[in-house]
Design a protein. Structure first.
Length: 240
């Protein structure tokens, strides 16, 4: 994280932790239906080092909901993409998970992009890392070339969650997906959908703007079959 981003981030985290603590002490009831309440419990437990902040794949931190990882496994099996483009590497747990699934399937590779990845990242022959902004023209050109050479591409967007950035990613990476393929916009649950109401416009709002501007993608709610997902309305299937 850049030094200029640190203080606002810490202030936001402090407000979030205070709200969670009040809820846990019974001073503030969780709203929404049972799924939303479980979602809030699951997500906010990370303040105390639990759930998705305490999930590992082969010893590497993987900041995902296991329900979503299971759906990714099904997408890889059913669609047989030759490439997954992932924006947002972090520790590399999800890149390693995807590479492991490709090992089982017998083909495929992962291109993982991050501006400031954590180190060390896991080494795997199916993983290629790019360091830089996911919207940098040079990075986008490398990703587009890899997608053009692959037999099908799955795109997972999990970098900067601001609305403007995610909208730009959607515009840049959605053309790399074949008809019938998917772009998954992760963490659409923030900004009150149903967690982190103080986040501000984020991935969900970017999805809404993207869908309103074109008719080539639709939301595939069937991918939310386990009810709890950190990507509500974030599974976008290309239809033309």
């Amino acid at each position: 994280m850049h030094p200029s981003e640190l203080l606002p981030h810490l202030q936001q985290r402090a407000r979030f932790a205070t709200r969670v603590a009040k809820r846990r002490l019974g001073h503030q009831a969780a709203g929404g239906d049972a799924v939303d309440r479980f979602h809030q419990l699951y997500y906010e437990s990370e303040v105390f080092g639990g759930t998705w902040m305490n999930t590992y794949w082969l010893g590497v931190p993987i900041w995902k909901c296991p329900f979503d990882l299971w759906v990714y496994q099904e997408l890889l099996h059913d669609q047989h993409p030759g490439l997954v483009i992932e924006t947002g590497t972090a520790w590399g747990g999800s890149a390693l998970f995807l590479a492991s699934m490709f090992d089982l399937i017998g083909h495929g590779s992962v291109l993982s992009i991050d501006l400031r990845p954590r180190n060390p990242r896991p080494a795997h022959p199916r993983i290629r890392y790019l360091t830089g902004s996911s919207t940098d023209p040079a990075i986008v050109a490398l990703a587009a070339r890899a997608a053009a050479e692959a037999e099908g591409t799955l795109v997972l967007l999990d970098s900067d969650h601001s609305c403007a950035h995610v909208r730009q990613e959607l515009q840049l990476y959605s053309p790399m997906v074949q008809v019938g393929g998917y772009v998954v916009v992760e963490d659409t649950n923030v900004n009150g959908h149903p967690v982190r109401p103080d986040f501000g416009p984020g991935p969900m709002e970017a999805v809404d703007q993207f869908l309103a501007a074109q008719d080539g993608f639709v939301v595939e709610r069937a991918m939310e079959k386990f009810h709890m997902t950190m990507n509500p309305r974030g599974f976008l299937r290309r239809v033309r």
